[in-house]
Design a protein around this ligand. Structure first.
Ligand code: ADP
Ligand code: MG
Ligand code: ZN
Length: 659
């Protein structure tokens, strides 16, 4: 930073610039005011003045230290008023004398001339009967100076100061005033109190950690790599869904390597002024190379790294920033130990130039954690809270399939909050399991009271789902059913939980069963109450999207075979898909979907009809208790089933006897 200061030209000093601007503005201001004062009078020479004096043309002279101001006599006849006018005026109550006096003062010409020391002057003026005077010098020269020079200067300076400060604040710049815009505002974590995060804080990302470990090792002893001629990868791109620990991993790399860590968000580069982002990038790399070995981390790099060939909305500023980043990445010497990490959850929008070897040539996938990963992440976060000895994180990991690290961290915190709310000193297993529901389905809405009728409908709906789950083979067991309304809109829900290790592939049968489970809620409504409610909207949406994916992406329909009719656009965010097929095919797809859903719905209806006795009994239980656990559910289900089978057996044996 020291050489930085030396290089600064004086014009870069904001204070000096302010000062110059203020002085110029004040001079102009004073000049304008001066010229305004003197416009009325006209300059004449001293000899002209003497001549006027001789010709008796002067009415009055004001003597000042540097000038004489001369008031010309005017023709009195011009001012004479006929008696008619004056009587008219007096009738109106106007003093005619005063009017004449005013007119005299306004119409006489004013001249000025420079003051020459002339001892004849007063005598001459006396002789001609010209009245003369001099203004009393009541103004203090110091006060005068302050008023005309210092005050405007101060006001202008203040204005500029406020203006630039508000400007730089709006732009989020931390640099001083207007000149700080171009400087990068990378947050520099110093070496001593490094990021404070190590690989031990990041759980369940073993592959990512392994890749990054090499970078850490390189930063520790580059010579080992130089000896064999291996070059350090310049940059690594962390890719994965939100909340999986990308930012955390980058910090951990810096913490492990014990090097400075420049962290910056991609959006911070882009300002409203073209060129600012580019100069920030330049500045960042300059600062970082001075501190090498170190790590530069650009979070959410898609903000600047978006592909440039987008013709609809081109953004000059962003493109310049990106170009600067590309050239800086080419320019720096990785042997010094400068490593660039970047994170994004939209790798597909990144510019190809950014991803070519020599720039972000290493791509590290940070996936959502699997069962073991979730358990490990929970272990990391549970350390921060006091727990009862008998907590079972494995059970919690089982119930949280599909969540990311950030969700898990959030759940542990929710559980701790719940424990405090209940007035306990430690977190119990119950707190943890309830926290899962809070994160997944929202908080319980105690004040929303369902009417008895609605409660019945919701109950049967949920038990419908659960029965379809229990009867079919390829489904996960029911963990819990509740009919307590939640803040995220559901009036009740059925929680499923895998028994053991989750699996990563889904077969066609499993998907069909899952669709059937989704549709069983509505089937129960229809079967029992013969109504259709809005409560099934979410089920229908999810069932439809599963059915669509089966047909368009997984090649599971007989009609289209293995044609890929849709592709996923942003895999790590909402996974929206774009269609790759013609309009006619789209129509056919829609017909296929409708047919598939119909088939599944009929299956759900049959399951419920066959198990009508269980449906009724479990629903009654749920209406009374509001919550039923998986074990209670299975207990009733099996009991009802056994007694039904007994009955049919008896009936059959009765038949046998008759024969
Ligand atoms: P992102 O991938 O969106 O950058 P972050 O790194 O910001 O996610 O993660 C947010 C928080 O989630 C972290 O601060 C941490 O508490 C928690 N977290 C996420 N992943 C993990 C993980 N693998 N191990 C431990 N904690 C994690
Ligand atoms: Mg992040
Ligand atoms: Zn439902």
């Amino acid at each position: 930073m020291q050489n930085d200061k030396k290089n600064r030209s004086p014009l870069k000093n904001p204070l000096l610039v302010f000062l110059i601007i203020s002085v110029v503005a004040t001079v102009i201001l004073n000049m304008v005011m001066l010229s305004m004062q003197t416009t009325k009078s006209q300059e004449i020479s001293y000899s002209d003045f003497l001549q006027m004096l001789n010709e008796d043309k002067i009415d009055e002279v004001v003597l000042e230290s540097d000038r004489l101001t001369i008031y010309e006599k005017i023709d009195e006849s011009d001012l004479e008023m006929d008696s008619e006018t004056s009587s008219f005026m007096s009738a109106l109550g106007i003093d005619a004398e005063e009017v004449v006096e005013r007119a005299r003062e306004n119409s006489r010409n004013v001249y000025y001339t420079g003051y020459i020391y002339d001892d004849r002057l007063l005598a001459m003026l006396d002789e001609k009967g010209v009245s003369y005077s001099t203004p009393i010098q009541d103004d203090n020269p110091i006060l005068d100076f302050i008023l005309t020079w210092i005050l405007p200067l101060a006001v202008i300076y203040l204005l500029f100061f406020l203006l630039t400060r508000s400007m730089s604040k709006r732009m989020g710049g931390s640099g001083g005033g207007i000149m700080g815009i171009g400087q990068s505002n990378a947050k520099l974590y110093s070496v001593e109190n490094a990021t404070g995060v190590t690989f031990a804080d990041v759980a369940g990302q073993e592959e990512a950690k392994e890749s990054l470990d090499e970078i850490v090792d390189y930063l520790h002893n580059p010579s080992k790599y130089h000896a064999i001629g291996a070059k350090q990868p310049k940059g690594a791109l962390l890719v994965g869904p939100p909340g999986t620990g990308k930012t955390l991993l980058a910090k951990a790399v810096a913490g492990e390597a014990k090097v400075p860590f420049f962290s910056l968000s991609g959006s911070e580069f882009v300002e409203m002024f073209v060129g600012v982002g580019a100069s920030r990038v330049r500045d960042l790399f300059k600062q970082a190379s001075a501190k090498a070995p170190c790590i530069i981390f650009i979070d959410e790099i898609d903000a600047i790294g978006k592909s440039r060939d987008n013709q609809i909305s081109s953004n000059d500023e962003r493109e310049q920033t990106l170009n600067q980043l590309l050239s800086e990445m080419d320019g720096f010497d990785s042997s010094k130990g400068l490593v660039i990490l970047a994170a994004t959850n939209r790798p597909e929008v990144l510019d190809k130039a950014l991803l070519r070897p020599g720039r972000f040539d290493r791509r590290i996938i940070v996936e959502k954690p699997d069962l073991k990963g979730r358990e490990d992440i929970l272990k990391v976060h549970i350390k921060n809270v006091k727990t009862e000895p008998d907590i079972n994180l494995h059970e919690m990991a089982l119930a949280t399939s599909g969540t990311a690290g950030a969700d898990l961290a959030n759940m542990v915190n929710e559980a701790a909050l719940r424990a405090v709310r209940c007035g306990r000193k430690t977190v119990s297993q119950e707190d943890l399991m309830e926290a899962i529901e809070v994160i997944i389905a929202g908080k319980e809405k105690k004040d929303r009271i369902l009417s008895e009728k609605e409660k019945r409908i919701v109950s049967f709906h949920e038990v419908g789902h659960a029965l379809a789950t229990a009867v079919q083979k390829h489904t996960q067991p029911v963990h819990k059913i509740t009919i307590v309304p939640r803040t995220m809109g559901s009036l009740g829900y059925t929680m499923q939980m895998p028994e053991e290790e989750e699996h990563y592939l889904m077969s066609k049968d499993e998907i069909l069963d899952q669709i059937t489970v989704f549709l069983a809620g509505r089937a129960a409504e229809e079967l029992v109450f013969n109504i259709k409610t809005t409560g099934a909207a979410n089920d229908i949406e999810r069932a439809t999207s599963l059915a669509r994916n089966m047909i368009t992406q997984y090649g599971m329909s007989d009609k289209f075979g293995m044609a890929g009719l849709e592709s996923i656009q942003n895999k790590y965010l909402d996974g929206r898909s774009v269609s790759n097929c013609s309009e006619e095919t789209k129509t056919d797809i829609d017909k296929e979907i409708v047919a598939l859903l119909k088939k599944c719905y009929d299956k759900a209806m049959n399951i419920l009809k066959e198990n009508r006795d269980a449906l009724d009994e479990i629903s009654e239980f749920l209406i009374n208790k509001e919550t039923i656990t998986g074990d209670q559910f299975m207990e009733i289900f099996n009991r009802v089933k056994d007694s039904r089978e007994e009955k049919t057996d008896n009936a059959e044996s009765a038949d046998d006897h008759e024969e």
